[in-house]
Design a binder for this molecule. Structure first.
Ligand code: GP9
Ligand code: MN
Length: 686
């Protein structure tokens, strides 16, 4: 061992001596000037872009991001050594042009949309128009021309080298060696960068929806490359298997009636009313009717539950697209796609959606969300879903003091939204609108801004001398779940204010409110165990041997991910609690029956027709019925009622779930709701 270390040391010392003697470093710089300048120009431009768009030092001078940019540029640049003479320069020039163009386009795009451009958008001709206008109006912005300075210098430098006879041509073997060494070096940097990534960074990169985050961590070149792949994947996967998909789709729906063939006590009950839908971020059902020391977490929602129709066994059905998956399923009664997300990858498909069907009934349809319009690609996808207008961050006044967590606080969002709804109500006879909240979003760390709500546990304890005393144990204070309850309390307060403001403006009359939690809050299981098994005396989780210890397994965790669904009117037309097992995909048929529209292609059911026979399928193949929760990955289940289940029951439900997921995915990927999908598929194949 010692010998090897000495040997290695000697080798290293000799190598350093050789470097010094042969002036390897300075020679390298001398002999590869143009290549090095190419790398510098491209990395500087990418850094400049971050400087102009997200100007905090940790963004633009992030070593990791610079490493990522360098790796990409070195790897691509290394191939230049395969070319002879002037061709080597041309190769580098082409790539310098591509990289500079990427920076300029994104710089312009960011000014308008506070986000980064996507290749997929270029497939929309209307979009080219918008971007084109943006470029023209924006052309005078000096910052967008900055990227040209390094680029022009690169061209100038080549001619200077050439003039002085310093631009060399290398023999084939030397070029091959240079290519290999440079490529290996570039790959080594890339590997170092990849090793430094956290799982959150990797997952965000794969999902590709939070574009600012990706550019900040991965640099513009990796972002755009990833974007290119993500944009082409849907087109490529839609090129093969159209006929089979269409056949499967047709068979699946062949027994369905074209018109609604039933009525029940809710049919057309809300026809003609205005509709306000509230997409409540990360609101889980377990927060409702929950108290800490006698104080309710959600007093306003609890009141509304009493006054309206509450669905107590309701699940969201999201995949990696979280918020956007719920928006898809709520609006179309389809399931999230099996790869990518519908909002990002399949925004250009035809959808049969609630807003479109409401429009057919003469409604003005809109959505409101005070975040960047490009988050989850809503700017485009909300159009595809049939919203006439999307009021995004650009239409709200956002001051620093009104920011909580991800952006504009819910209280301020609602305040400004009421103004907008008031105007809408003056201009339109009937309207259908979606309001997407934001404050109650993970990581729930802006606790100081949620207001006072304590998640301690006040209790009476017996002292060793037999006397009793009152204590206030910390309980959930400082835990993520505790902070979540505080955040939900804030969100509930904001909702309370919203309803008061709406009522004052008379906007709740002749209106129906639909409120859903979009998905669970992704809280750690250990926090639930603490909540259910807390010992205030020791301030710890009870021992498993304690007879009062409540087991909490992964099924309990899955079942606790339930979210609320509430249908409410001021005049209390519908009231009560419905405890049928229900999923997000059942909302469209259920409210369709109430509002007077029907979608033959809904994958869910009107809950008042299917009642206890319902099954909620999750995108990963798991499912839940009133009898059991089935985990398809593990093949395990938990019984929810004291009833014996046959193997056939599981088998049939598994088949049902698989078929449903497959049909849903194919309908989206192959654009099967588009009447022209067949011709388009044929032209793609030719
Ligand atoms: C983004 C917001 C959150 O605008 O809706 O999305 P999520 O992280 O919940 O999917
Ligand atoms: Mn969400």
């Amino acid at each position: 061992m010692k010998k090897t270390i000495v040997k290695l040391k000697d080798k290293f010392v000799n190598f350093v001596k050789r470097i010094k003697k042969e002036k390897m470093i300075s020679n390298y710089f001398k002999n590869n000037r143009l290549f090095l300048l190419f790398v510098l120009v491209c990395v500087v431009n990418s850094t400049l872009l971050r400087f102009f768009t997200m100007p905090t030092v940790e963004n633009y001078l992030s070593i990791k991001t610079i490493l990522a940019d360098t790796a990409i540029v070195v790897i691509i640049g290394s191939f230049s050594y395969l070319f002879k003479n002037r061709k080597r320069y041309i190769y580098l020039l082409v790539w310098a042009t591509i990289f500079t163009t990427i920076c300029v386009i994104n710089s312009v795009y960011y000014t308008f949309y506070t986000s980064f451009a996507s290749v997929s958008m270029l497939s929309l001709t209307q979009y080219i128009g918008e971007v084109g206008d943006a470029v023209v109006q924006n052309v005078l912005q000096l910052k967008d021309l900055f990227y040209l300075i390094p680029y022009i210098f690169f061209i100038y430098y080549y001619y200077r080298l050439k003039k002085r006879g310093l631009y060399k041509n290398y023999p084939k073997e030397v070029r091959g060696k240079k290519f290999r060494h440079t490529l290996v070096f570039g790959v080594a940097i890339l590997v170092a960068f990849c090793l430094s990534l956290s799982s959150l960074e990797i997952s965000r990169f794969v999902k590709q929806w939070n574009r600012e985050y990706i550019v900040m961590r991965f640099g513009i070149y990796l972002y755009q490359g990833n974007d290119l792949v993500a944009s082409l994947t849907p087109t490529i996967s839609a090129m093969f298997g159209y006929d089979e998909a269409k056949k499967e789709f047709t068979e699946y729906y062949q027994d369905r009636s074209d018109e609604q063939d039933y009525t029940n006590e809710y049919t057309n009950i809300f026809e003609g009313r205005n509709v306000i839908v509230i997409h409540a971020e990360s609101l889980q059902a377990l927060t409702l009717n929950k108290t800490f020391n006698g104080v309710e977490v959600t007093p306003n929602l609890n009141k509304m539950i009493k006054e309206g129709l509450f669905f107590s066994n309701f699940y969201s059905q999201v995949s990696v697209g979280t918020s956007s998956d719920t928006e898809l399923t709520y609006n179309t009664s389809l399931m999230p796609t099996q790869s990518g997300t519908a909002f990002v990858s399949y925004f250009d498909r035809t959808y049969i959606s609630t807003p479109k069907l409401m429009k057919e009934k003469g409604y003005y349809t809109f959505s409101m969300h005070a975040n960047n319009a490009d988050f989850w690609n809503r700017r485009t996808m909300h159009k595809s879903l049939g919203y006439d207008d999307f009021y995004s961050k650009e239409t709200y006044e956002v001051d620093d003091e009104n920011i909580i967590g991800l952006g504009l606080s819910d209280k301020e969002f609602f305040k400004q939204s009421v103004e907008k709804i008031k105007k809408i109500s003056e201009e339109h006879d009937k309207y259908y609108g979606l309001l997407i909240t934001l404050t109650n979003h993970t990581p729930f760390s802006d606790v100081d801004k949620y207001g006072d709500f304590s998640v301690t546990m006040k209790t009476t304890v017996t002292n060793p001398d037999g006397t009793t005393s009152e204590i206030e144990a910390p309980y959930l204070e400082g835990t993520k779940l505790g902070n979540y309850f505080k955040s939900v309390h804030y969100a509930d307060e904001a909702l309370g204010e919203f309803f008061n403001m709406m009522d004052e403006e008379g906007l709740l009359d002749n209106t129906v409110v639909i409120l859903y939690g979009d998905h669970d809050a992704r809280l750690p299981k250990s926090d639930y165990i603490l909540m259910n098994n807390y010992d205030p005396v020791t301030n710890e989780v009870k021992s498993k041997d304690d007879p009062t210890y409540e087991e909490y397994d992964s099924f309990d965790y899955e079942l606790d991910r339930k979210v609320p669904l509430l249908i409410w009117t001021k005049d209390q037309v519908v009231t009560g609690t419905v405890d049928y097992t229900m999923g997000m995909y059942d909302v469209m048929p259920t409210i369709g029956n109430m509002l007077g529209f029907y979608n033959k292609y809904a994958l869910g059911h009107d809950i008042f027709e299917i009642k206890d026979d319902n099954i909620v399928v999750f995108p990963n193949g798991n499912w839940v019925t009133n009898l059991m929760y089935y985990n398809s990955q593990k093949g395990q289940y938990k019984l929810l009622k004291d009833e014996v289940i046959s193997d056939d029951y599981i088998l049939l439900n598994n088949e049902y779930a698989e078929k449903l997921l497959d049909v849903s995915n194919k309908a989206i990927v192959f654009d099967l709701f588009n009447p022209n999908s067949e011709e388009e598929a044929v032209s793609k194949n030719n």
